[in-house]
Design a protein around this ligand. Structure first.
Ligand SMILES: [Zn+2]
Length: 412
């Protein structure tokens, strides 16, 4: 383990990246990346990696930066990559972030502003942070530790490697993506940009959490076509597509919604509704860890659609499904060395790990489907996508030491 000053570099970098307005926009479909601030941060990163002495840098204006640190050993070493996304979510406002540093945290309530506080009695993870440096919001926005902490960790690793040529390593790639939060992060990614055979996203939550499994995900668009008629003479003639959609929604069990499930339970989540008497559409997100169960869920939606069609003679129901990403567990298990590289490295630095499952996906799930196994490593971020988001710098430092050790693992 090096004594590189990760604490200072990560904090300094995180504060610099956090104030760039990179909130992505899921409603934009004709532009990549969806917002210009993401390009601004990518450009900053491209410049910073060059300043570190990395010359092999690609800035793809579709929203990616790939920087390659060449191998400095004679033997063949598996090329590896570390990935993080520059965008922030839009669940609460993700721009105009004003990060505040709390040094030597005393374990008490942290006042964000006159309306919101961060209370350790509701945030048990905070109680383990007494004495640490943590970064919080001003209560009006999210913080963006998801995933600028990941960006800061990867950049700090690059700074370490570039300033210590005596440290041996194979090809190490730094991969920065955009629009991860909109789910379209890897849509325009050119796989030929990278040489890595194994990647790691640094895009997780609290200290020590490692994830090699995520949901299988699909979206299903359900369209209802009614039969319009003058309302005064509608009896027996009008078919109202809004009523058809409401009947459909009521038939989907609320006990299988995101708000009613956790752990390994999958769900149906209606995300969008638009409609008039003539035409109504619903967008469902369907998730399950088991691919067969995911397909069964899609079949269930189809059969509910057929039933609704029968209940509303003259009306039409059509469904179209789109597969979004796959559970990465199977592909990762095919190459046991990938998870082994994380656990063996953690052992060397005496870092306890906890293996978890992601009730969602990452850019890594997409990359895994494309053939590059990409598990996920923690960032030290907590309460992500909310105004209560906070970052433990000491946990971010643990992540940096872990990825440093993973670099050593592959060269051994
Ligand atoms: Zn993220």
């Amino acid at each position: 383990m090096s004594n590189f000053p990760y604490h200072e570099t990560i904090l300094k970098r995180f504060l610099r990246y956090a104030v760039v307005n990179t909130m992505s926009d899921p409603h934009v479909s004709d532009k990549r990346p969806t917002t210009d601030g993401q390009l601004e941060l990518l450009e900053m990163l491209a410049k910073e990696v060059k300043e570190l002495g990395i010359s092999d840098v690609t800035f793809d204006h579709k929203g990616y930066v790939v920087a390659r640190i060449p191998s400095n050993v004679d033997k063949e070493v598996t090329p590896i990559g570390f990935m993080a996304h520059v965008d922030t979510a839009d669940d609460v406002w993700g721009n105009d972030v004003k990060p505040r540093v709390v040094t030597d945290y005393d374990g008490g309530v942290i006042i964000l502003n006159d309306q919101y506080v961060l209370d350790p009695s509701h945030n048990s993870d905070l109680t383990h942070q007494v004495g640490s440096t943590i970064v919080v919001t001003d209560g009006t926005t999210l913080l963006g530790a998801d995933d600028k902490s990941g960006v800061a960790i990867i950049m700090s690793l690059a700074e370490y490697l570039m300033s210590h040529d005596e440290v041996k390593h194979g090809i190490v790639e730094l991969i920065f993506t955009s629009d991860e939060e909109t789910g379209g992060g890897m849509d325009a990614f050119d796989l030929s940009l990278i040489k890595a055979k194994v990647c790691y996203t640094i895009d997780g939550n609290g200290g020590g959490e490692i994830e090699g499994e995520c949901f299988n995900a699909a979206s299903v668009k359900v369209e209802f076509t009614g039969v319009p008629y003058h309302l005064g003479a509608a009896r027996g003639r009008l078919v109202n597509s809004v009523s058809m959609a409401a009947t459909f929604m009521n038939a989907i069990p609320r006990s299988e919604s995101p708000e009613a499930t956790d752990g390994r339970y999958g769900y149906y989540s209606v995300d969008d509704i638009k409609g008039t008497i003539v035409h109504t559409s619903l967008l469902y997100y369907v998730r399950d860890f088991d691919i067969n169960r995911l397909n069964e869920r899609i079949e269930t939606l189809k059969s509910v659609g057929q039933t609704v069609e029968k209940l509303f003679p003259g009306g039409k129901v059509t469904l179209s499904s789109h597969f979004s990403y796959a559970n990465m567990a199977d592909k990762i298990k095919e190459q046991p060395e990938v998870m082994e590289s994380i656990f063996a490295s953690a052992k060397i630095i005496h870092l306890p790990l906890e293996e978890k499952i992601i009730r969602g996906g990452t850019d890594g799930s997409r990359l895994t489907s494309l053939g590059i196994p990409t598990p996920n490593i923690f960032t030290g971020g907590h309460n992500i996508h909310s105004r209560y988001e906070w970052l433990s710098i000491s946990q971010a430092v643990d992540a940096a030491r872990l990825v440093e050790e993973i670099v050593h693992y592959w060269v051994k």
